[in-house]
Design a protein around this ligand. Structure first.
Ligand SMILES: Cc1cc2nc3c(=O)[nH]c(=O)nc-3n(C[C@H](O)[C@H](O)[C@H](O)COP(=O)(O)O)c2cc1C
Length: 216
């Protein structure tokens, strides 16, 4: 069964991210397609990026980078539980993504976002290009929770039917993507190369091209 890490991106005391992530992991376990676990960026505790080299070289000099690398390498797919801060993503998430490269490659990633009226959608859209740059594949399906402060009762987070439906759709799509991407993640798998170019048709020979140029 593929593994899924549910990443809590907010690190603030009193964060909404933790109960939202705990709700989502229940959805993931009920879905049954993944071995799901929580990955809390506050507990991971990465400092602001302090590696000298670009992560694509894998020349990690810090113990915290090696530990983060092992955690991310061990996961087949990710769900980022993200708040919106100043119309953008949480800084701990941007920092954690920048630490690594090959560990993220060809893995499926989804979002559970929350905030005010925008439901964290601006943070999601600002994060998508970062995921694409580290070769992650993120489907459009997502859980977006507006006015997160109104979603809590004294008993905790009060999920809606829309949240549950969106979570199931996201998990279905992550499972499809994760299995489709698996061959690209296998170490030693030969890279897919394009077939050799066919010989050019007679009308496109070098001599014909020369005639066309001189006629123009
Ligand atoms: C620094 C900061 C900036 C925020 N900026 C936005 C924003 O641009 N849009 C929005 O919808 N909510 C914004 N909020 C509200 C947060 O989305 C909301 O407080 C949410 O609970 C934060 O997530 P957290 O509790 O997990 O840290 C902001 C909150 C903080 C602390």
């Amino acid at each position: 069964m593929p593994s899924l890490s549910i990443v809590i991106a907010s690190t603030r005391p009193g964060r909404a991210g933790e109960p939202v992530a705990r709700w989502f992991i229940e959805q993931a376990r009920a879905h049954g397609g993944f071995e799901a676990e929580l990955l809390d960026l506050r507990a991971v505790g990465l400092p602001a990026l302090d590696e000298p080299d670009h992560p694509r070289f894998g020349n990690y000099t810090r113990e915290h980078t090696r530990a983060w690398s092992a955690l991310v390498r061990g996961s087949d797919a990710f769900v980022f539980v993200i708040p919106e801060y100043n119309h953008g993503p949480a800084p701990a998430l941007v920092n954690a993504l920048a630490y690594l490269y090959s560990e993220w490659n060809y893995k499926a990633a989804g979002f559970v976002s929350y905030g005010g009226v925008s439901a964290g959608t601006r943070a999601v859209e600002a994060t998508r290009p970062i995921l694409a740059t580290v070769r992650m594949v993120a489907p459009p399906e997502a859980v977006h929770i507006p006015f997160i402060d109104q979603r809590f009762s004294e008993a905790g987070l009060v999920p809606t039917d829309e949240m549950r439906t969106a979570a199931a759709a996201l998990l279905d799509e992550l499972l499809r993507l994760s299995s489709a991407l698996a061959p690209l993640r296998r170490p030693g798998e030969p890279p897919v190369t394009r077939p050799a170019s066919p010989s050019p048709p007679a009308a496109c020979s070098a001599a014909d091209a020369a005639i066309d140029v001189s006629a123009s």
